[in-house]
Write a protein that binds this ligand. Structure first.
Ligand SMILES: [Zn+2]
Length: 244
């Protein structure tokens, strides 16, 4: 599943269409596309793994889910995968195998933009408060909680916990105050490293534990286990990551 940094790269690709007016809209997403015609794309906003195309009267929310993708100026996948196509006077956009919904502009005001790990509005203090209100939560679930760390996915979770030496099943309430702050800071730091590495096509090479077998620090075998309520794959070193 694409994580927040990948969505930011998608935003960069879509930015040239801002200011342009839709001449035609299609695709098999279940909503009326007719009203989009004649509307101007004003802004592209991202929130975690979601992208909002903001038009005059409504916005389109796109979530790439597990296998979603997008294309520009050329339809490269069959009609049955095409959820939304947008044509402009010059150029076109295609969104495949993803969730596409039309939302009211008012809906955008209900989003807690400060919870977006990649945003300029990111508010670490707020994240800390939210975490402290859930002391029984495992840190692996906390990092994947999109209300707290919108945009963080499984790769970021695994790498951040290795960086700070915390075992994924540790309880939030047991983390020393300093570790808690470190976790929040590294979630953002790693997300920006992820963005740069992805841009340079070296992301996978930079993984230290995610999908790996051996700890790069001590050489011991890594544990691979589905952890937390979310039952997502965790990779960790029992020696270098402490269970709190
Ligand atoms: Zn180790």
């Amino acid at each position: 599943m694409p994580e927040g940094p990948s969505i930011l790269l998608m935003k960069e690709d879509l930015l040239p269409f801002v200011g342009k007016t839709v001449t035609e809209a299609g695709g098999n997403a279940q909503f009326d596309k007719e009203p989009l015609m004649g509307q101007t794309l004003h802004e592209i906003r991202t929130f975690g793994k979601q992208t909002y195309l903001v038009f005059d009267e409504s916005a389109i929310r796109i979530h790439l889910l597990m296998f979603g993708s997008y294309g520009i100026d050329e339809q490269t996948k069959p009609d049955k995968s095409l959820r939304l196509s947008l044509f402009f006077k010059k150029g076109s956009l295609y969104f495949y195998t993803c969730s596409v919904k039309s939302v009211d502009l008012e809906f955008l005001d209900t989003i807690d933009w400060e919870a977006d790990i990649m945003s300029d509005l990111w508010n670490p203090k707020k994240a800390e408060k939210k975490m402290k209100s859930k002391p029984e939560m495992m840190v692996c679930d906390a990092l994947m909680n999109q209300d707290i760390f919108s945009g963080v996915g499984n790769i970021i979770k695994n790498e951040v916990l290795f960086r700070i030496g915390v075992q994924p099943e540790s309880l939030v309430g047991n983390l020393p105050a300093k570790k808690l702050k470190e976790l929040i800071a590294e979630a953002r730091n790693y997300s920006f490293d992820f963005l740069e590495w992805k841009r340079e096509f070296v992301l996978k090479k930079k993984w230290l534990v995610h999908s790996k077998k051996v700890c790069p620090k001590c050489g011991e075998k890594l544990v691979k286990k589905q952890t937390g309520l979310g039952k997502r794959r965790s990779f960790y070193c029992e020696k270098d990551q402490k269970l709190y």
